[in-house]
Design a binder for this molecule. Structure first.
Ligand code: UD1
Ligand code: MG
Length: 461
């Protein structure tokens, strides 16, 4: 088998039926642009050259994927100014191709092709044959049909050019093919556009291969969703569900308990230990890891988060760029914002927001608090309604709460401020100066009672 490989990804199409200003290949599936999925799979084939043909919105596409220096296989960009057909699109990539290696053509809007399927196709083609990925569809309408003679592929006829007999053929062209590059150059030079769409069809190279006596191989994907493209938001939503179903099935296979595999969304990578349980409606974005025995309650959103062993994230939590230790309890209704680092056995309860806050082992903030830009020691208890006043209108300041501090309810901590170890802050205190350790901290206040006080009454008329 050959080692070097050119890959050409066609991504110049307009995507008119998306009814969107965003170029079609930038629409997201599982949180990543369609083209990103294709490029990931392409890169897994270790191509020697990777070329993407762009047209509509090309600059935006390019900006989204240019890896800069350090990219082992940098993308070569080819521009197709006018969309004159798939054959014409591949022509724009010809200057980028290495004749010593075969060329694999992929579509930028077909995101879910399995690596194994493409490996099979590339192996079939070797250095000297043409290999084409075909599929059998119950409804082949719209696709190019594979016309076979005596069992061998003779040509491809586009739906719009096909006779009624040809339209009855269920075997279709997926668009994915591998072919020797010198042959590709010759065949593209011979293409004509005298067809129903007035386009240069890449598919016409099949007939040319047959005429030249080039051997043609074909194989099929295991599942037809592998070859489905996105032309509309309906198709995008359908493929999203297919993909999410596959990801969920994979988690179940690995021993993760899902309350309902149809109600989980993974937009990135989710790594789980043993005996992890995930309830319905959770969304995982970026890189998320859940250690052994972690449990995530319903409708939680976790974005770039690590969760330690045995930790519970209860219903309706929102966690972003945060690390949670082992045996912690988060939520329900907790929000952890970027920079949050929680040690083991920390409890963050309902309607508590932590931003860039670090909590030591066993510390708790269970109700209705804002803890921002704060360093919290071990075994600290933060009472309900505590607010770190971290922002003076111009700059952010840190609050330091040392080990074993107890903070009473409805306390304001005006940063920068340090609450010394073991201090007790009385309920309703405004702390604006550093406090000594082990002291009781309170503001001088008086409580007044006016006996016989009459409430105002509403005036008549
Ligand atoms: C193409 C195939 C058809 C196959 C079908 C599979 C041809 C002539 N027909 O048809 O046999 O069954 O795909 O989905 O190849 N593109 C460009 N520039 C162009 C035209 C297309 O970059 O000028 C890109 C599109 O962005 C898309 C891909 O090529 O990613 C396929 O184009 P599309 O218009 O969908 O081709 P079909 O007519 O559907
Ligand atoms: Mg199409």
């Amino acid at each position: 088998m050959t080692t070097a490989l050119n890959i050409v990804v066609l991504a110049a199409g307009r995507g008119k039926r998306m009814h969107s200003d965003l170029p079609k290949v930038l629409h997201a599936l599982a949180g990543r642009p369609l083209l990103g999925h294709v490029l990931d799979t392409a890169r897994s084939l270790a191509p020697s050259r990777l070329t993407v043909v762009i047209g509509h919105g090309g600059e935006r596409v390019r900006a989204a994927f240019d890896g800069g220096a350090g990219d082992p296989v940098p993308i070569r960009w080819a521009t197709q100014a006018e969309q004159l057909g798939t054959g014409h699109a591949v022509m724009q990539a010809l200057p980028e191709l290495d004749d010593a290696a075969p060329t694999l053509v992929l579509y930028g809007d077909v995101p879910l092709t399995r690596l194994a399927t493409l490996q099979r196709l590339v192996a079939l083609a070797g250095d000297s044959k043409l290999a084409i990925l075909t599929a059998h569809l119950g409804d082949p309408t719209g696709y190019g049909r594979i016309v076979r003679e005596g069992g061998s592929i003779a040509r491809i006829v586009e739906h719009k050019d096909a006779s009624p007999e040809e339209r009855a053929i269920a075997e279709i062209n997926t668009g994915v093919l591998v072919l020797p590059t010198p042959f590709l150059r010759r065949a593209l030079a011979a293409l004509r556009n005298d067809n129903a769409q007035g386009e240069y069809y890449l598919t016409d190279v099949i007939g040319i291969a047959v005429a030249e006596g080039l051997a043609i191989e074909s194989t099929q994907p295991d599942d037809n969703w592998e070859i489905e493209g996105v032309n509309s938001r309906v198709q995008l939503a359908t493929l999203e569900r297919v993909h999410q179903h596959n990801l969920a099935a994979d988690l179940l296979e690995r021993g993760v308990a899902l309350a309902d595999p149809a109600r989980i969304d993974i937009r990135g990578t989710l790594v789980c230990g043993r005996d992890v349980f995930i309830d319905v409606g959770c969304v995982f974005e970026g890189a998320v890891s859940l250690a052994d025995g972690a449990r995530v309650g319903p409708y939680a959103v976790l974005r770039n988060v690590t969760v330690g062993a045995g930790t519970r994230v209860d219903a309706f939590c929102h966690l972003e760029d945060a690390a949670v230790g082992a045996s912690a309890v988060i939520g329900p209704y907790a929000r952890l914002r970027p920079g949050t680092r929680l040690s083991d056995e920390v409890h963050i309860g309902n309607f508590v927001e932590v931003k860039n806050g670090q909590f030591g082992r066993g510390s708790k903030a269970n109700h209705l608090s804002y803890v921002g830009d704060a360093t919290v020691g071990e075994r600290v208890n933060i009472g309900a309604g505590t607010i770190t006043c971290n922002y003076d209108g111009a700059n952010k300041h840190r609050t330091v709460i040392e080990d074993d501090v107890h903070i009473g309810s409805d306390t304001q901590l005006v940063a920068p401020v340090v609450v010394g170890a073991g201090a007790t802050v009385a309920a309703g205190t405004t702390v604006w100066r550093d406090t000594p350790a082990n002291a009781l901290i309170l503001n001088g206040k008086t409580q007044v009672a006016r006996e016989g006080w009459q409430r105002p009454v509403k005036k008549k008329g």
